[in-house]
Design a protein around this ligand. Structure first.
Ligand SMILES: *Cc1c(COP(=O)(O)O)cnc(C)c1O
Length: 397
């Protein structure tokens, strides 16, 4: 293999051949192992973001690597026109671990939500999709239409008709849901907007309103699912059981995959030919996801996620620049004091310096909060190292 391109060479090529769509950190990554990313210039970065909640078992997890290697030599693709081993076994795991109904694979979180929206509209023969302020469901047109954030929606108008957004309060949800509602689509903890937990009262109100009006309650578990919050699925903590969930990010620890998982009463809504996707449920991603399930779906593993989250939380909360830490399990945000924000400019600027100067990767989803989505396999020693690096970054100004 040829030598890796340097950061400067990559930046030069990108300036000429890559659309400007992504603002990249000045970091050129070549490989990863466990919680570490290795850069082309020989640095080791502690990855506490997991590619936005994707590599939850860390980089190059041996069981996932082996499953991918084995499957790669066997079969990559056939289309959905034949019966396959991996996708069917994975459907069973997804279903029995959650709502007990049917699975429809997609290739991403946004696509899983598109499938959920189509399911809801088909189920109600039309109808409105209700989502919550500050929710995030993806960038494709249906998912974007359910993502009521001005900066993301406004440049791409007109959006899809039949979407409504309300504040995350009991009254607003009760007022918005009626006989013309096809579904309420929400996150239990709003990840992209800064790890904002939705009150369990609001989830219960959404459940009751959907039951009263024949609408579906769809929980977007794209970021919060697969053990991230300390239970297999984040809805479990509330006692509210949705009609469907959408899953993606961590499902295959880095290979693209998404899934819609329903309750049994929705088995017959979609008929052959209603929806489809060439790559959906491809054997390679499904083999990786089965290996991920084997690790995560285990009470001791999930108990450790809770314990690790508590250690991170208390470590960060002990810092005078941290006002509070919110979230569950290892889906966390540290809200900085106004004084610390003023010193650092913004959480985003601090996050940039944490990666360039302190070799630790987190992000700043709001001007005043650092978000952490560390590997679920992180050790106490690595947690303490992460807290120390963040503290060093906070102390540098
Ligand atoms: C990331 C995310 C999505 C979009 O997933 P993509 O795979 O980027 O399309 C949807 N919903 C939530 C809650 C997410 O965090």
């Amino acid at each position: 293999m040829s030598a890796p391109l340097t950061l400067a060479q990559l930046e030069d090529l990108e300036s000429r051949h890559v659309l400007r769509n992504y603002a990249r950190l000045p970091v050129a990554v070549e490989s990863g192992a466990d919680v570490w990313l290795h850069t082309v210039d020989g640095r080791r970065i502690l990855d506490l973001l997991c590619g936005l909640g994707v590599t939850s078992l860390g980089h190059a997890h041996p069981a996932v690597t082996m499953a991918i290697q084995e499957q790669a030599g066997k079969l990559l693709h056939t289309s959905n026109l034949v019966h396959l081993q991996g996708p069917t076994r994975l459907s069973e795991r997804l279903s029995t671990s959650s709502l007990g109904g049917g699975v429809l694979f997609q290739n991403s979180g946004a696509e899983a939500n598109e499938a959920a929206i189509k399911l809801a509209r088909r189920n109600k023969r039309g109808g409105e999709i209700v989502s919550l302020f500050k929710g995030f469901h993806g960038r494709t047109y249906g998912a974007l239409s359910a993502t009521p954030q001005e900066a993301k929606q406004e440049p791409f108008a007109p959006l899809v008709a039949g979407f409504r957004a309300v504040p995350p309060t009991v009254e607003a949800v009760q007022d918005a849901v009626g006989d013309g509602t096809a579904a309420v689509l929400l996150e239990t903890i709003q990840g992209e907007s800064g790890v904002l937990p939705i009150d369990h009262d609001v989830l219960r109100a959404a459940r009751e309103a959907c039951d009263a009006h024949g609408a579906l309650l769809i929980v977007d578990e794209v970021q919060s699912g697969m053990g991230r919050t300390g239970t297999m699925w984040s809805y479990e903590a509330s006692g509210v059981v949705p009609d469907a969930i959408t899953v993606a990010k961590a499902l295959a620890n880095g290979l693209p995959i998404g899934a819609l998982v329903t309750a049994p009463h929705l088995y017959d809504v979609l008929q052959p030919g209603d929806h489809g996707s060439t790559f959906a449920g491809n054997p390679l991603s499904c083999a990786a996801a089965l290996a991920v399930f084997d690790v995560i779906e285990d009470d001791r593993f999930l108990a450790r996620v809770v314990e690790a989250g508590d250690r991170f939380r208390s470590g960060l909360e002990a810092h005078p620049d941290v006002q509070h830490v919110r979230g569950s399990g290892l889906m966390l945000a540290a809200e900085l004091t106004p004084e610390a924000v003023a010193r650092h400019g913004s959480a985003g600027e601090l996050a940039l310096r944490l990666v360039t100067d302190h070799d630790v990767w987190v992000n700043g989803p709001t001007p005043s909060a650092l978000r952490l989505l560390p590997p679920l396999t992180i050790t106490d020693e690595q947690i303490d190292d992460g807290v120390a690096r963040i503290a060093a970054g906070l102390a540098a100004r």
